[in-house]
Design a protein around this ligand. Structure first.
Ligand code: NAI
Length: 784
């Protein structure tokens, strides 16, 4: 075609990026593993394939057990020196890595596109620059850590397992915060996309990173499993499917490993009738056709207000017809190749199911390349909320569409999902958008924008999308532990277990009742157990809570939203009132604690400290607030602290009143409702608190108190789908059970097995508040 003809048709010409340099680098295949800054020869090689052509790019090694052990050992040996470096010195290495990524950005982009199939426009303009940004940002945190978080320590060796959809970006999200905070790393890239991780290993050599700080081993899920199960690893950070995330939760249960999971999603994309529809259409393109829709937070559920639905669909269809699908290396390609045959088949099957269930299908009318795995941008309209394609992650360029009438209906539809990663709201009315954003059950909300990410803003989900945050100040805590744990020097005075035989209903009249939904209740099973005083004499009976009682308590908490809707100021006043009312009954509580075996002075101290702690957390109600992150676009990313929802708390054997208050108060201060399992052996001060709660304007259902054997109730509590988090203070068997059973809905857990000194200053503080909130990042662009 000559220039005149081109000008006449105005057709796009091809503009492929050169792959010569990347292909030259690939000549060193077959690849080995990167341990102690050296390449170790690999074995059991498999092919890494270009999904756009089906051609083999390189051979990658499947690490065996011995290789994984070597990597963990190298990381372990590197830990003391790396932690001993000043933050400034660690920062210099992160700066060096950031600069090296920038200098090598072209080859990294091409390798990423060859290996993953994503358009070069995206790897060049998004994945690689954002990866560099993560190293720059966390270099800053390394520098500032000593002054900003002086009471925190690194964890040690961190195992990191990442997926194939953002291979290099996920590596940066994982490695940058881990090494900035003084940890060392064993990372496994996805078996489909290991190339840029191997290239990064060379950058670590060039940056003269100390040996063993970053180790990279390759292979499939079996390598991931071996890392997850390795006894010398202190933390696992995983991004990938919810199914594997659940397995990892179970595998690490009881191991003491810290865990963060960034899993699947089915995020809502809400278009209100007052939205700028043309802008919203571009938003949809960014939400679901970015990276072929292989994005965990893809806006894959389109919810359009009925009054504009027809107009919006027309505009969307027109835009779909203009999307260019094809060679990912072509700079004008919008949608590249699907990662592999299996994923392509999964997408095809899901769409076929959707159509069979009655969906109306609209697809980009494009000609797909003959080789490779391509799938056209697709909209499945007129679907129903319960359809498989609406509930399950498709992980491809497929959008499902529904309509809503009122904003309240949009919220209900958006939250009708087991996932909770992200949500997008499109409206020109900022009041409406900011009214909807806090109601979204999601870790990230984008207002009038989609799929925005930055190192300064935390990212992560709620519900079955996992737990933990990556990026931002909030993300640092995933790689740190409080340095001043309040482990008690001497063992607790009391046995942790409820003693004595259970007694049938004849003893009911003498039974101290439980407290559910604002009412005193008898145990469902009609059984009680004797509560003994310090000398072993029966003081009274307490109800033996069972599964039904647990369910009733969780339901009461779940259905009583009032406390969570109150302002921080309102909660604060109620908590001050609570402290005041406890103070009025100080003598009764002192007497109770004397029965427990406390001396008069110890009992007085415990009650006084409990009152002080209620005041302490009342004070924090309106002060433990979020941040506005400085993201590099004209937007504010508001990191809001939101209540988690309903928290179950199994109280420890020490200080039966003080430990109860120390755990209940921060959760309440941040707006949660709680289901408390009182100290097994001596639940009386906790059960007596109902009187104080009743007279202090705490709404019914906000605090629910159960007594009985923790082992009888924990399984139901940990597995309950309406419980959002579970804190456990007890023994190893209980901690393991809690973490294992929590895998069902992937609730957040916080487990402790050492006896604690509840009278110490460290038994209160920001760690407790942090465990009581979810950080939701709400992005709002501004400007003309
Ligand atoms: P996957 O979750 O199996 O793989 C992610 C990573 O985990 C890979 O590095 C893999 O080798 C590793 N892995 C697999 N089994 C493991 C185990 N038992 N223990 C430790 N590590 C393990 O995801 P896959 O099979 O590649 O894709 C399946 C589906 O998962 C996709 O269709 C998509 O729906 C979803 N997915 C979601 C992602 C997300 O970011 N939310 C990313 C990738 C996939």
């Amino acid at each position: 075609m000559n220039i005149k003809e081109i000008l006449k048709t105005m057709d796009y010409g091809t503009a492929p990026e050169s792959q010569t340099t990347a292909q030259d680098w690939l000549q060193q295949s077959p690849f080995g593993h990167f341990i102690n800054n050296q390449w170790l020869k690999g074995s059991n090689h498999f092919n890494s394939v270009n999904p756009a052509s089906g051609e083999t790019l390189a051979q990658i090694s499947q690490a065996d057990k011995a290789m994984i052990n070597k990597a963990v050992k190298a990381a372990e040996q590197a830990t003391p020196k790396w932690q001993a470096l000043s933050g400034h010195d660690r920062a210099k290495y992160l700066y060096a890595l950031a600069r090296l990524i920038q200098k090598n950005s072209r080859i990294l982009s091409v390798l990423e596109t060859l290996d993953n199939g994503k358009p070069i426009r995206e790897s060049r303009d998004i994945d690689i620059p954002l990866a560099a940004r993560h190293f720059y940002h966390h270099a800053g945190w390394a520098q500032l850590l000593d002054s900003e978080l002086p009471d925190h320590q690194a964890l040690g060796v961190v195992g990191q397992v990442i997926p194939w959809n953002f291979p290099f970006l996920m590596l940066a999200w994982k490695i940058a915060p881990a090494i900035a905070t003084g940890n060392t790393v064993v990372l496994k890239p996805a078996e489909q996309t290991s190339l840029t991780a191997l290239y990064f290993a060379e950058l670590c050599q060039q940056a003269n990173l100390p040996e063993g700080v970053v180790n990279i081993v390759t292979g499939d899920g079996r390598v991931g499993e071996a890392i997850v199960n390795h006894k010398d690893i202190q933390k696992i950070a995983f991004t990938g499917s919810t199914a594997v995330g659940r397995k990892i939760r179970q595998a690490t249960a009881g191991s003491g490993k810290k865990l963060s999971l960034e899993l699947g999603g089915k995020s809502a994309f809400i278009v209100c009738e007052d939205a700028d529809l043309d802008a919203a259409v571009e938003g949809v393109v960014d939400a679901i056709w970015f990276n072929q829709g292989e994005v965990c937070c893809a806006g894959s559920r389109l919810l359009i207000q009925e009054s504009v639905a027809e107009r919006f669909e027309q505009k969307l269809q027109e835009r779909m017809s203009k999307l260019r699908i094809g060679d990912p290396l072509d700079k004008s390609t919008d949608v590249g190749a699907i990662i592999n045959k299996e994923q392509h088949q999964k997408i095809t099957d899901m769409v076929n199911t959707g159509v069979k269930q009655g969906a109306r299908i609209l697809q980009s009318p494009c000609e797909l390349p003959k080789a490779g795995y391509f799938y056209p941008p697709t909209l499945l309209a007129d679907v129903a909320p319960g359809d498989l394609v609406v509930q399950e992650e498709i992980f491809g360029p497929v959008l499902v569409g529904m309509t809503f009438r009122t904003p309240a209906e949009a919220v209900a539809l958006a939250n009708n999902s087991r996932y909770g990663l992200a949500a997008t709201i499109w409206s020109e009315n900022i009041n409406l958008a900011l009214h909807l954003a806090p109601q979204m059950q999601a870790g990230v909300v984008w207002i009038n924008c989609a799929n925005q990410f930055d190192a300064a803003a935390g990212f992560g989900g709620v519900k079955e999308s996992g737990f933990g945050r990556e990026g931002g100040f909030e993300g640092l805590f995933e790689y740190l532990k409080p340095g001043d744990d309040f482990i008690a020097k001497k063992a607790s005075q009391k046995s942790a277990k409820a003693s004595g035989k259970r007694t049938a209903t004849d003893a009911m009249d003498r039974t101290t009742k439980m407290y559910i939904g604002g009412k005193q209740v008898r145990p469902d099973g009609g059984y009680s157990y004797p509560v003994l005083d310090a000398k072993g004499n029966t003081l009274t009976q307490a109800g033996l809570g069972n599964r039904k009682d647990v369910r009733n308590a969780v339901e009461a908490a779940a259905n009583s939203g009032q406390w969570s809707k109150m302002t921080a100021y309102q909660r604060q006043q109620v908590m001050y009132f609570l402290a005041e009312n406890l103070n009025l009954r100080i003598d009764e509580f002192i007497d109770r604690l004397k029965d427990f075996g406390h001396s008069a002075s110890a009992a007085k101290k415990e009650v006084e400290l409990s009152i002080e702690r209620l005041n302490y957390y009342a004070a924090w109600c309106d002060k433990f607030d979020g941040r506005v992150h400085a993201v590099p676009m004209r937007a504010v990313a508001m990191a809001m602290h939101e209540p988690i929802g309903v928290i179950g708390i199994a109280c420890p054997a020490e200080n039966p009143l003080l430990s109860f208050v120390s755990l209940m108060a921060p959760a309440l201060a941040m707006g949660n409702r709680v289901v408390m399992l009182a100290d097994e052996a001596f639940p009386l001060p906790a059960l007596d608190l109902y009187q104080v709660l009743n007279t202090s304007d705490v709404p019914a259902g906000t605090v629910n108190i159960l007594s009985g054997r923790h082992e009888d109730m924990l399984k139901t509590l940990a597995g309950h789908l309406n419980l959002d988090a579970l804190w456990y203070f007890g023994d190893q068997a209980g901690a393991t059970l809690v973490e294992q059973e929590s895998a069902l809905n992937l609730k957040r857990t916080w487990t402790h097995i050492e006896p604690k000194d509840w009278c110490s200053k460290q038994a209160q503080g920001k760690t407790f508040l942090r465990m009581s909130v979810e950080v939701k990042n709400i992005w709002t662009p501004y400007g003309e």
